[in-house]
Design a protein around this ligand. Structure first.
Ligand code: ATP
Ligand code: MG
Length: 274
């Protein structure tokens, strides 16, 4: 199925002030893949994903969705297929109410009003924002805005879901809820994130960017165990992959025949039991 393939071919981008943000990037993402794009601040992640639905157009090279290159002529069709959530939700929300904002995309697709309403209510429920449907978006907190922006894209039922920093600004409960939601989405997913534990959980494949170039592209666990690569790209292993020094000591003790669990031990001494 090539129709949902996302492909970048030698993609380069210079901002108008001359900053070279992307220096020739190539990758292919197949239908149904969940791929993370990670890298330090300024690595080029947001610039890259703004090319995936034509929000920015390449200085050199191209992006193709399926067999269709993104051009001025193909843009409306591409935007129906690729849903992009910006890093800063303020760039995305502009209607008088949450409901109107989430309805904007499906209404523009020409769907009948009852179908638009059904999609909006469904999307707001999925991100846990149904109670705030009549509020003006500018009166929401940062994390609430992010969730409304995600609902707006979900309501368009895109083939490819692209989210810049999905968990940025979310509280732990909202983050967990979003992770479940994103895991259920069966089409292609592309996320940028500094939340490497989220990446580990959701994305079997990771692309590492540094200074506008691809430094690695492979299975997430392999990427996250390459400590030299992580150091060079100013990244660190996700917490779930950082070994606990006490656990390692306990493992050594257990191998030597002492089965004490230090977590229980610590609890006991805190409670004054020994
Ligand atoms: N509008 C702009 N004009 C000029 N340079 C820009 C502009 N936006 C971004 N840049 C530069 O382009 C480079 C890549 O920025 P980008 O926003 O893509 O990084 P990022 O990887 O998304 O970083 P972060 O993790 O902070 O979100 C940086 O050097 C940045 O300073
Ligand atoms: Mg960014």
């Amino acid at each position: 199925m090539s129709r949902h393939l996302v492909e970048a071919r030698d993609l380069a981008y210079d901002y108008p002030d001359g900053t070279r943000a992307l220096g020739g990037i190539s990758f292919r993402i197949a239908h149904g893949e969940a791929v993370a794009i990670v890298g330090a601040n300024g690595a080029g992640k947001s610039t890259l994903i703004h090319h995936l639905n034509g929000h920015l157009s390449a200085t050199r090279g191209e992006v193709r969705i399926g067999d269709v290159p993104i051009t001025r002529d193909t843009l409306p069709a591409i935007r129906r297929r690729v849903g992009l959530v910006f890093q800063d939700a303020d760039d995305q929300l502009f209607m008088p109410t949450v409901f109107d904002d989430v309805a904007f995309g499906p209404a523009n697709q020409g769907l009948p009003a009852d179908e638009v309403a059904r999609r909006v209510d469904g999307a707001l429920l999925r991100v846990g924002m149904a109670a705030l449907r009549d509020k003006p978006p500018y009166r929401l907190s940062g994390g609430e805005k992010k969730r409304v922006a995600i609902a707006g894209v979900l309501a368009m039922a895109p083939d490819v879901l692209v989210i810049d920093e999905p968990t940025g600004g979310l509280d732990p409960h909202a983050r967990r809820q979003l992770l479940r939601l994103l895991a259920e989405f069966t089409h292609t997913r592309i996320f940028t994130s500094h939340d490497l534990d989220m990446v580990l959980e959701l994305c079997p494949r990771t692309i590492v960017l540094a200074r506008g170039r691809v430094m690695a592209d492979g299975p997430t666990r392999e990427v996250f165990t390459d400590d030299a690569l992580l150091r060079e790209c100013r990244l660190e292993r996700p917490l779930a992959m950082q070994s606990c020094p006490l656990c390692s000591a306990v493992r050594r003790k257990q191998e030597e025949g002492d089965g004490t669990d230090h977590h229980v031990d610590r609890g006991r001494s805190r409670a004054g039991l020994r």
